[in-house]
Design a protein. Structure first.
Ligand SMILES: [Zn+2]
Ligand SMILES: [Zn+2]
Length: 234
């Protein structure tokens, strides 16, 4: 069994005590590394908090809220001509439902917000096929709602400077429990936004990429969020 015990510590050092089974599939050949210093920027770019804000992230040269045109290698589905997959590693039934709804809303933006994107993501029961792995964890000694890590094979990637092959989305059940059901779904949608290459838009509460701590009202991607996806993948 794939097993992992990833912990983010306050010092932003990631300690892996995991026994990783080698996983097949593009970008996901896992090898255990004892201690991996996580790039500070990766954490800043991907973290979502409940009560405090983080530094403003820079938009691309065109003003779009994306990681400098770096992308999920292979894209997000190319209008259904192929699919990308997500895998629920250890979510309970409640959060599994939130995740499925969040993905469905990212897929069905034409009817939802009037903008078509190339996103075609479905669930898989084969983890090695997934490029979005979702984990629950519980830490009440933080305001972090969730965060996303970026990888190519087993190597951490900095999305502001590199493309990535897959991602891990971590959801903090302890803090999410303090929010509404709609905002739990929204947080998952927000992390998927990061995993596809979107950065924060804390001055735009109607964007799913606004952090909850900055007053997010969105519960799904807005038309302009979809436009930012199209900026990256069209
Ligand atoms: Zn975020
Ligand atoms: Zn641009």
């Amino acid at each position: 069994m794939f097993k992992n015990n990833m912990n983010i510590k306050l010092q932003h050092i990631k300690v892996c005590n995991a026994k990783h089974k080698n996983r097949e599939g593009v970008g996901k050949n896992m090898k255990c590394k004892k201690i991996l210093a996580i790039g500070f920027s990766i954490l800043l770019f991907s973290i979502t908090v409940l009560t405090t804000s983080l530094p403003v992230q820079a938009a691309c040269s065109h003003g779009n809220a994306v990681y400098s045109h770096h992308i999920l290698s292979g894209g997000v589905g190319n209008y259904g001509s192929f699919r990308r997959y997500f895998y629920l590693v250890n979510l309970n039934d409640l959060y599994s439902g939130y995740a499925r709804t969040a993905v469905t809303e990212w897929v069905n933006t034409t009817s939802g917000v009037g903008v078509t994107t190339s996103i075609s993501i479905r669930e898989t029961t084969t983890q090695s096929s997934s490029v979005f792995d979702l984990y629950n964890y519980n830490n009440s000694h933080t305001s972090v709602l969730g965060y996303t890590e970026f990888y190519t094979y087993s190597t951490s990637r900095d999305p502001s400077t590199q493309n990535w092959g897959w991602s891990r989305i971590y959801l903090n059940g302890s803090v999410l429990a303090k929010t509404t059901a709609a905002q739990r779904r929204a947080t998952i949608a927000h992390e998927f936004g990061h995993a596809m290459g979107l950065i924060h838009r804390n001055s735009a509460p109607t964007s799913i990429m606004c952090q909850l701590a900055s007053g997010r009202t969105a519960t799904r991607a807005s038309a302009s969020d979809c436009g930012n996806i199209n900026h990256l993948y069209n």
